[in-house]
Design a protein around this ligand. Structure first.
Ligand SMILES: Cc1cc2nc3c(=O)[nH]c(=O)nc-3n(C[C@H](O)[C@H](O)[C@H](O)COP(=O)(O)OP(=O)(O)OC[C@H]3O[C@@H](n4cnc5c(N)ncnc54)[C@H](O)[C@@H]3O)c2cc1C
Length: 373
């Protein structure tokens, strides 16, 4: 059986980016995806301008611009009680856009295939095998020339020297390697695409409500991405608010996801790298997760290319771990603030009231989020 250089589990933004860069460098690259694309995902669909440089290096920035999307000029924060603060988003150069994940993720996966990655859709990885059993201590003990055996639920098996976990917040790879922390199921998210209300405008709305918060962004001329985030016990009330506010029926289908928060997993192991949400989950409110997935996919690919090319493995892994940590540096306070705001709508409303008096507070926060490089 052929031994591939690298197997990547999950074809979200992180996995497809990593696969594209590995394949472009001539590595024999496998990419596994549980779903059949195109598929939607629980996400606000907002692409931070910081994604631009990675998308250009992937050679797809123009193609993304040609797909249906909404261009966002401003963020409107709405407090409990309807007080509003509007913050303009950058208007020159790279713009914040909203694009359906069915389109965005499909294009990224297509790009990985164009560059030579071998892609298996509807292939859920259910087991990682091979001597020794790959739990974390053994992962660290593995000798460089040992390989992974991956098994799908269809009973197929594949072999690869390096493994990348890009399979999201509930990562199967992390679970099979005994790395997955206990989930904090304090909140859940619901998401749907609904008809775009008349005169919605080119804005993303972040609305704090007594039972949680809602994000809203136009993804094209006809559809609005609507997200709801709250504690499970308060979700029925938040759903009723959304049904009333947007004239939705009680049968409105929603996609759902949990947990929204969990502890971080170190991203670099001897033969295993974790990227995107599989390594670290950020607060959805900040709309940064896709950027982290793209960039960590690129950073992991750089390390893998060095290792497979015969470079110093430890040096490459350490450089990856360092760059991964740097990517989040100085930003965790935003996540903590966002999470506090979300868990306590009263705190969020106080923040907005302060921002009405001193709008620079929100401008600083928004700029920090959209200018991450
Ligand atoms: C409510 C909400 C709103 C958000 N809004 C935004 C936003 O507006 N902007 C933003 O930048 N970020 C947002 N995020 C975060 C963003 O969605 C994630 O950070 C991003 O999707 C992470 O990408 P990823 O590639 O790491 O993982 P994912 O996108 O989760 O992709 C993982 C892939 O792995 C596949 N998979 C899983 N298990 C297996 C398996 N065993 N075998 C094979 N395949 C498998 C899955 O099917 C999936 O396709 C939001 C998140 C939430 C919850």
């Amino acid at each position: 059986m052929e031994i591939f250089d690298v197997a990547i589990v999950g074809a979200g933004p992180g996995g497809s980016t990593c696969a594209a860069f590995c394949a472009a460098a001539g590595l024999r690259t496998l990419l596994f995806e549980r779903e059949k694309f195109p598929r939607e995902k629980v996400c606000g669909d907002c692409l931070n301008p910081s994604c631009g440089p990675v998308l250009r290096r992937l050679g797809i920035a123009e193609r993304i611009g040609q797909l249906p999307h909404g261009t966002l000029d401003a963020v409107e924060f709405i407090a409990v009680g309807e007080k509003r603060v509007i913050v303009d988003l950058p208007s020159g150069g790279e713009r914040e856009i909203a694009i359906k994940r069915s389109l965005f993720d499909q294009l990224l996966m297509t790009r990985a295939r164009e560059l030579g990655a071998v892609i298996h859709q509807e292939s859920t990885i259910t087991a990682l095998a091979g001597p020794p059993t790959p739990h974390v201590n053994h992962v660290c003990d593995r000798r460089p020339n040992e390989h992974w055996t991956l098994e799908t639920e269809k009973g197929e098996s594949f072999r690869a020297h390096l493994l990348v976990a890009a399979d999201g917040r509930n990562s199967t790879v992390a679970r099979l390697c005994n790395l997955l922390p206990r989930p904090e199921r304090e909140r859940i998210a619901l998401q749907a695409h609904i008809p775009l209300p008349k005169n919605f405008g080119n804005r993303v709305v972040l609305q704090f409500l007594p039972n949680g918060y809602s994000g809203q962004a136009p993804v094209n001329d006809n559809e609005l991405n609507l997200c709801l985030v709250s504690k499970p016990s308060q979700m029925p009330a938040l759903r009723r608010w959304a049904e009333e506010q947007f004239g939705l029926s009680q049968n409105q289908p929603w996609r759902t996801i949990t947990p929204l928060t969990r502890a971080t997993i170190p991203p670099a192991h001897e033969n295993l790298l974790l990227i995107g949400d599989a390594a670290r989950v950020v607060e959805p409110f900040t709309g940064e997760g896709i950027y982290y997935a793209l960039r960590s996919g690129e950073l992991a690919a750089n390390a893998i290319i060095k290792i497979i090319g015969g470079g110093d493995r430890q040096l490459a892994l350490r450089a990856f771990a360092r760059a991964h940590a740097q990517m989040y540096q100085g930003r965790l306070w935003i996540n903590r603030l966002a999470r506090a705001a979300v868990l306590s709508p009263r705190f969020a409303s106080l923040l907005l009231r302060a921002a009405q008096i001193q709008p620079s507070i929100l401008r600083v926060l928004t700029n920090k989020i959209v200018h991450m490089l």
